[in-house]
Design a protein around this ligand. Sequence first.
Ligand SMILES: Cc1cc2nc3c(=O)[nH]c(=O)nc-3n(C[C@H](O)[C@H](O)[C@H](O)COP(=O)(O)O)c2cc1C
Ligand SMILES: CCCCC(=O)C(=O)O
Length: 354
Amino acid sequence: MISLNELENMALARLPKIFADYFIGGAGTETTIRENLRSFEDIRLWPRVLRGSFQDNFNTQLPGGTLEFPILAAPTAFHKLAHHDGELATARAIAQSNSLMIVSMAANTRTEDICKAAKEVNPHTPVWQQLYLQPDRQFTLHLVHQAEQAGCSGLVVTVDSPVFGIRERDLRNGFNDLPKGLGCPNMIDEHGMTREIEFNESLDWQDISWLRRQTSLPIILKGILHPKDIVLAIEHEVQAVIVSNHGGRQLDGAPATIELLPALADAAQNRIPLIVDGGIRHGTDVLKTLALGASAVAVGRPVIWGLTVNGEQGVKDVMQTLQQELLTATKLCGCRTRKDINQHLIYSNSQTKG
Ligand SMILES: Cc1cc2nc3c(=O)[nH]c(=O)nc-3n(C[C@H](O)[C@H](O)[C@H](O)COP(=O)(O)O)c2cc1C
Ligand SMILES: CCCCC(=O)C(=O)O
């Protein structure tokens, strides 16, 4: 595999159109998807030379775990649509990459089994559970306990989805059911009844305070885009935030996450780690994101492409490619330590001196 973009083309050629469209698509006219990609292309890295070798490493401390590189797997639904090994293959690959997998609430595999597969490969690999807080608090609590018992070390609460985004491709294709035999086995309640995922438009910050009282696991809010919401997240004692527009799948017209990052980092003042997702496709994208103040990045679709093309090995290739590209970009920029990865790496044409 040469690049993640090449892999995307291979995966799209292989998948039935209805699934390809679900994975690659977004809301509305997909403006935000294009923005996520274009904004990275619009940022320039400004290298220094003759500074000796990079003598540092990329070990990254996040709530509930340490990663070898600041690149983790964003939660994505329905991995068995991509490959029959589904989430188990993803989990093994992410564990071997010394990375972190966020399990989607809409996984086709039980979180308990995903954690077991990951920890068999690498006992230290952290796994986080993604949740949409359900209108039924008893059931939400059941999901939290399920994640705790499975061995998850973080709860990722997705807050950008009071309602489901309008995905025109899925409407056109009539994609509203999983194929026979596939389901969401985490969505079984304490009475053994299968539940549907509900989107809850009445959620507010008090629900986060409620959740905070129910668990000692770190809480990570996913889908924050406004500096004022960063401040509120910190006030509500969350341990990290994922800056995300849901890969352009929820509010079409939302800005690219990388464009918002400087203002968000300014609001956070290093009090909590910021993880950024949306359009990360190259090591240079990771480096730009770190330089602009993120602690780590998450990747969504590329993991699906790796899984589609080559199962566990394909996901490993995706992670390894990004990790190696990040190292290459870092060295080409003349960075000696991680401290050298800061806003001075970013060139803007209004600058005349570094
Ligand atoms: C097919 C697909 C399924 C997703 N499922 C979820 C999900 O279940 N929960 C969630 O919080 N985000 C979900 N997301 C959003 C991702 O976590 C992430 O924010 C986004 O994919 C990042 O953008 P990227 O795909 O450009 O890397 C999904 C994204 C995709 C592409
Ligand atoms: C009901 C599954 C939701 C998955 C999701 O968040 C997405 O497709 O973006």
